[in-house]
Design a protein around this ligand. Structure first.
Ligand code: SAH
Length: 347
């Protein structure tokens, strides 16, 4: 079976000609998938019944099934749970901002990176998502709301650099002018710091934003929070960001989740400023979202603001990430975990 919705434009045309169709049929098929974003091959009404039948027999047409949608009463954030064709489930989030709709997608079912504060990794990695499974999280949300999505962040469950080839295809498809046509400048990919893949991504010269989940000002503290630091030292990860900027001209985002008494002191801020000095960057501060499996405590409001002020004194661009959807299992991976444990209990 051919995973038709994960194929790039030229490959779709080539496939259609290989089964005896004219190239413009390939163009129509690509448009049904990535412009009209239809949920099934049956909806492709300008293709003949025979041709639709042939496609159904030979292709997988990925279309996710919505299992749950929690809507925040505070800010309208929607947290979706989608089922994949093999029964696995993934989470995606729609955040509504003044400047448009932003969707946070998952890149894997589960995760094997083991970050200490994150709920997505507690059961390890189940499998990678295909490009179509990542794309259809966005398309499904557009179908559900009838609204366009203008920003996409790959910050849901999973480590995108651990699913590299599919992420590259996903970026190409999402930004293809003949298809979904989302500007690469409105796409952000976040990594825990898999250095060789960050460099490989730079070589594609996409205009996307690379975000590094830093969360610590030095190697010793980072090791306590993020096992990936055993493999790639904090300095290597930061150097890979310098390299990414050199290759692409794109400003780097550093994500920094503040944990009370762990990484939120004045000294931590000063050390962080020193670490990223001279990089064209932006720091996103996120008060850690406590998960019940770990006893990390969110930094106080005062500590968060003091940390921000300190960084600004060093001339660093900082924003405090607004916490969206606090009332609906905001932290990564919590909705999926709740769903799985409910199923295991059989209710
Ligand atoms: N694997 C990628 C992307 C997924 S996580 C990465 O590590 O960047 C998206 C962001 O949320 C990361 O910065 C991650 O470290 C952070 N995160 C995960 N769990 C969190 C929590 N409980 N509170 C605050 N931030 C969290």
């Amino acid at each position: 079976m051919i995973d038709i919705k994960s194929m790039e434009y030229d490959d779709v045309i080539e496939y259609m000609t290989s089964i005896g169709e004219k190239p413009f049929r390939g163009k129509q098929l690509f448009q049904w998938m990535h412009v009209h974003k239809v949920a099934s091959i049956d909806d492709m009404t300008n293709l003949s019944k025979d041709m639709r039948h042939k496609l159904q027999e030979n292709c997988i047409y990925t279309s996710l099934t919505q299992v749950d949608c929690q809507i925040s009463k505070e800010d309208g954030t929607r947290k979706y749970l989608f089922a994949l064709s093999d029964g696995n489930v993934v989470e995606s989030v729609l955040m509504r901002y003044k400047h448009g709709n932003s969707v946070c997608v998952s890149s894997q079912v589960g995760c094997r990176m083991g970050c200490r504060f994150c709920a997505s990794t507690l059961d390890g990695l189940e499998r990678n998502l295909t490009p179509a499974e990542i794309l259809d999280q966005i398309y499904s949300i557009e179908r559900d709301t009838g609204e366009k999505v203008s920003n996409v962040v790959v910050m849901g469950t999973g480590e995108p650099m651990d699913n590299f080839d599919n992420i590259v295809t996903f970026i190409k498809l999402l930004s293809d002018e003949r298809g979904a046509n989302l500007s690469q400048r409105n796409i952000t990919v976040s990594t825990c710091g898999i250095v060789p893949k960050m460099k490989e991504l730079a070589s594609y010269h996409f205009q996307i934003t690379l975000a590094l989940s830093l969360h610590a000002p030095n190697q010793a503290k980072r090791l306590e929070l993020m096992p990936v630091a055993n493999k790639y030292d904090i300095n290597e990860a930061v150097d890979a960001c310098r390299y990414y900027f050199k290759e692409t001209g794109r400003r780097i985002t550093f994500e920094y989740s503040l944990v009370a008494g762990v990484n939120d002191s004045d000294t931590d801020a000063a050390e962080l400023a020193e670490l990223i000095k001279g990089i064209n960057c932006h720091v996103n501060l996120i008060p850690v979202n406590p998960i019940k499996e770990r006893n990390y405590v969110q930094s106080s409001n005062e500590a968060v603001h003091a940390f921000k002020n300190k960084l600004e004194k060093y001339g660093i661009n900082v924003t405090i990430r607004r916490e969206m959807g606090r009332d609906i299992d905001g932290a990564c991976g919590q909705l999926r975990r709740k769903h799985i444990s409910k199923e295991q209990k059989g209710d």
